[in-house]
Design a binder for this molecule. Structure first.
Ligand code: SF4
Length: 346
């Protein structure tokens, strides 16, 4: 069976034509799925019984079940573990900001990139998610929390640009006014630095925000933290970023997780300021989340503030990310791994 959420609007129109249906039906179906968030084809009451039956015979609605949900007592962060209906599980995090609800979606089951600071490192890569499986994370959270999501970040498990076509298709569905209708500027794609696909994304004519996991200022240090840097070094990465800015006129966000005595001293801040000089960018400083088996620990508050202040003094806008869900397993990978290990322990 095909997942109906894998289709963007134009593809669904084509599909319906092949079933001798009028293409405008696709818009009605989109409304039921993305605006009414229904979970059964029977709920599509303005479609004929015959068409509803055709849909049931040929498509699934891919509606996730919640395996586990953790809710923060300090803020409204919720972390979900969803059953993706093939025996695998993925995680999704809902966060509340003053501007609305933001969701952090996974793009793959497991990840190939092996970043040393990431809790999903060690979980073997299983497969990439389809675009419908990505989009369903948003719908499932909206149904459960009874809210409307206004921002989507591709920063959960997986490297989004390693699942390029499905992620781009998911963005088109999320952004479509007849789909989830979330503005491209409220959609952010985070990459560890797959340079060729940064160039491709720049040419897609999607105005989404690109977020780069930078985390170090020398190739030696970055390669030790992120193996992807052995393939695409800092110079190649920043050249691709400049191309993205030139083509999209969008400000890039650089993620920099501060780890105690690894990348958090003033020399690092000085090198970072030199690397980013003159770029249309913003630096997001992240107090690293101490993970159970992690080799890094959190920087002191004093170092984090000094680092930020130095960058700001050099004209580079830097902010410290608020730690949301710090009382639950908010670093990517942790909830899934715990659930897997408790299954293994059982
Ligand atoms: S940080 Fe992201 S890209 Fe790196 S291993 Fe974790 S999930 Fe993969």
């Amino acid at each position: 069976m095909k997942n109906i959420k894998d289709y963007d609007l134009e593809d669904l129109k084509e599909e319906l034509i092949s079933y001798d249906e009028k293409p405008y039906r696709a818009e009605q179906i989109f409304k039921w799925i993305y605006q009414e968030n229904i979970t059964s084809f029977d709920d599509m009451t303005n479609l004929s019984l015959e068409l509803r039956q055709k849909l049931k015979d040929n498509f699934t609605l891919c509606t996730y079940n919640i395996i586990k949900k953790q809710e923060s007592k300090k803020d409204e962060t919720k972390k979900y573990l969803f059953d993706v209906l093939d025996g695998n599980a993925i995680e999704t995090v809902l966060m509340k900001y003053h501007h609305g609800y933001s969701i952090c979606v996974s793009s793959q089951i497991g990840c190939k990139m092996g970043c040393k600071f990431c809790a999903s490192t060690g979980i073997k890569f299983v497969r990439s998610l389809t675009s419908g499986e990505i989009v369903e994370q948003i719908l499932a959270v909206e149904r459960d929390a009874k809210i409307k999501i206004s921002n989507v970040v591709f920063m959960g498990i997986g490297e989004p640009l390693d699942n390029y076509d499905n992620v781009v298709n998911a963005i088109r569905i999320i952004n479509n006014p007849k789909g989830l209708n979330i503005g491209a500027r409220h959609i952010s794609v985070s990459t560890s630095g797959l340079v060729p696909n940064i160039y491709r994304l720049a040419d897609e004519n999607i105005q989404c925000t690109l977020s780069i996991s930078l985390h170090a200022t020398t190739d030696e240090k970055r390669s030790s933290m992120m193996p992807v840097n052995n393939r695409y070094n800092i110079e190649a990465l920043l050249t691709a970023c400049k191309d993205y800015i030139n083509k999209t006129h969008r400000r890039i966000s650089f993620e920099y997780a501060l780890a105690k005595e690894e990348n958090d001293n003033l020399e690092d801040a000085k090198r970072l300021a030199r690397l980013l000089k003159g770029m249309l960018c913003h630096v997001n400083l992240i107090p690293i989340n101490k993970i159970e088996s992690g080799i890094y620990s959190k920087s002191s508050n004093e170092n984090i503030i000094k680092f930020r202040d130095y960058l700001n003094s050099k004209g580079i806008v830097a902010t410290i990310r608020r730690e949301l869900g710090s009382d639950i397993d908010a670093a990517c990978g942790q909830l899934r791994r715990k659930s897997l290990s408790s299954k293994e322990d059982a």
